[in-house]
Design a protein around this ligand. Structure first.
Ligand code: A3P
Length: 287
């Protein structure tokens, strides 16, 4: 199926029609944040599901009940998806935890007034590309990626859901009032998950013992988290996600792009990256 059939355009970027209904978007635009809300913000395939596991565990101080009993999409709902509408989010106790894939300029009015806590996770764009390539091949609500060359074109031109990686990252790293935003890299979580859990818990105002930090990190390493049926999307129908083609929790590594991109494709990626990021001063993990 084509972009026109599967996506609609919202504030200049493609969003999947099936998840982003007009009613859902109205709810999103009128959403009222609380200052102590925690909002996980990611470009897709940057570690959202991972954060939907870690952050509730920090909040519960290592009690596994929330992650073992509530599917991740209800545990940490996407504000922009139509399901947010039916979850009575106003009745949730503080601090509430949400996720969004939206760009900075797409945030609702209340976000800019209230300034809730934001956890923005970045991942190397070549790995985001690689993870997306597999994901687009298994998710029925997305346009088939075609060949690596074809998808490279689509991805680098931002003709994918939630638009260009470059625009998403540039918007969020240049956000105003950065004291309510924590920037975190997927790669640093891979390198030292305990340290990332500690950093996150400090930002969330939670003082956790070393034992609890270790318990959370142990539960959230790829091989353990992959077994959690509340988080590995095994409960979702194969018509939506065909995990026989590619698992949602696929490899969970940094640098897998080297198994996907040829030297020519990688050089082309670098050229586009340099051009799009030439004026950016932000220090990336991979610089
Ligand atoms: P890969 O496809 O490279 O394996 P998102 O949740 O934003 O859609 O991102 C999905 C990517 O995060 C997938 O990458 C997935 O395997 C990876 N991921 C999820 N949980 C992880 C974990 N516990 N450790 C490392 N990577 C994880």
């Amino acid at each position: 199926m084509t972009e026109a059939e599967l996506y609609s355009m919202y504030k200049g970027v493609y969003v999947p029609k099936v998840l982003h209904t007009p009613e859902g978007l109205k709810y999103y635009e009128e959403f009222n944040f609380r200052q102590d809300d925690i909002l996980i913000v990611t470009y897709p395939k940057s570690g959202t599901t991972w954060m939907q596991e870690i952050v509730p565990l920090i909040q519960s101080e290592g009690d596994l009940t929330p992650v073992e009993t509530i599917p991740n999409w209800d545990r940490v709902p996407w504000l922009e998806e139509h399901r947010a509408n039916v979850l009575n989010l106003d009745e949730r106790p503080s601090p509430r935890i949400f996720a969004t894939h939206y760009h900075y300029h797409m945030m609702p009015d209340s976000f800019f007034k209230v300034k809730p806590k934001v956890l923005y996770v970045l991942r190397h764009p070549k790995d985001v590309f690689t993870s997306s390539f597999h994901y687009y091949g298994m998710a029925s609500f997305l346009v088939n990626p075609g060949t690596v060359d074809e998808f490279l074109d689509t991805f680098l031109n931002g003709k994918v859901m939630f638009g260009s990686w470059f625009d998403h990252v540039n918007g969020w790293i240049h956000a105003k009032d950065q004291e309510h935003i924590l920037y975190l890299f997927y790669e640093e979580m891979i390198m030292d998950l305990k340290e990332s859990v500690r950093k996150l818990s400090c930002f969330m105002g939670k003082s956790l013992s070393q034992d609890i930090i270790e318990k959370i990190a142990d539960h959230c390493v790829f091989k353990n988290m992959k077994k959690n049926k509340m988080s590995n999307y095994s409960m979702v129908s194969t018509e939506f996600f065909d995990q026989t083609k590619s698992e949602f929790l696929r490899k969970g590594t940094a640098g897998d792009w080297k198994n996907t991109l040829t030297a020519t494709q990688s050089d082309h990626f670098d050229t586009v990256y340099k051009e799009k990021m030439k004026d950016v001063k932000f220090k990336f993990f991979w610089d």
